[in-house]
Design a protein around this ligand. Sequence first.
Ligand SMILES: [Zn+2]
Length: 73
Amino acid sequence: MTPHDASDGTATEICFDPSGLTPAQRTGRACVVCGKRWPAPPVRVGRVAGGGAVYACADDAPVIERARAFTAT
Ligand SMILES: [Zn+2]
């Protein structure tokens, strides 16, 4: 974590609970929504608590965004 991180989009990223994810999802190698590993999920949708970025399919990323909007209010 650097000071720069606080001023860009990463500060508002969704933080996923790693206990609910497979090892492949935790490391960004599988879609966090459907678990598909191929094609590799292209959309960064958040990160694991204490870990790296997690990704979703182009089709599944909007689901995450909607879920975030729903829970944020
Ligand atoms: Zn997916």
